[in-house]
Design a protein around this ligand. Structure first.
Ligand SMILES: [Zn+2]
Length: 185
């Protein structure tokens, strides 16, 4: 199968949402605390060696990550959606972005601030760019709730619901099969 090319903006969103997913034995948490988040951002060159992540920054990033997960899940839950959008907008209130031309027809949104604020700005700019490119619709959250991992749906008809057909897809099919067998006929 041909590997799907993912724009860097989509990769950034997926990578950030996937700093946490899964449950119990399958739990992955790359941001268990402020210092872990700081190291994670530094390793990727998203903040400079001298930049720090405060407790408030940490809480803001976690809130934004989970609000993004909720909005990308696109579940039929109006209340959760309103709350997620309100959180995203609240974080975005303090974000400074500027329109920057890299060529006559190449325009991007560039963060106006450095450090942690710059990371938030870059992430929100990525969401904006993916949204106008139509790519945001391809960023999904695995429908296996115990997983909730973000993934890119590169399928032709954009119908993928699990992060992997082999892993979560198989597990969910097996569960449905067991439930059907249990149900009285
Ligand atoms: Zn999954």
């Amino acid at each position: 199968m041909r590997a799907v090319e993912i724009v860097p903006e989509a990769s950034l969103i997926i990578e950030v949402v996937n700093t946490r997913y899964g449950q119990q034995k399958r739990l992955l948490d790359a941001w268990p605390g402020r210092t872990a988040m700081e190291n994670w951002l530094r390793e990727r060159g998203l903040i400079a060696a001298t930049d720090i992540v405060s407790d408030g920054d940490y809480r803001r990033a976690i809130a934004l990550r989970e609000a993004l997960r909720t909005s990308l899940r696109r579940a039929n839950d109006a209340e959760a959606m309103v709350e997620a959008i309100s959180t995203i907008n609240h974080v975005a209130d303090h974000t400074l972005l500027r329109v920057q031309f890299t060529d006559v027809e190449q325009v991007q949104l560039a963060p106006e601030s450095n450090g942690f604020d710059g990371v938030i700005a870059r992430l929100l700019a990525a969401v904006f760019t993916c949204s106008i490119m139509g790519t945001l619709a391809r960023i999904k959250i695995c429908q296996n709730h115990a997983c909730s991992r973000a993934f890119y749906d590169g399928s032709k008809n954009q119908s993928a619901v699990w992060c992997s057909t082999r892993g979560c897809g198989n597990r969910m099919h097996a569960r449905t099969y067991r439930q059907q067998k249990k149900a009285p006929t």
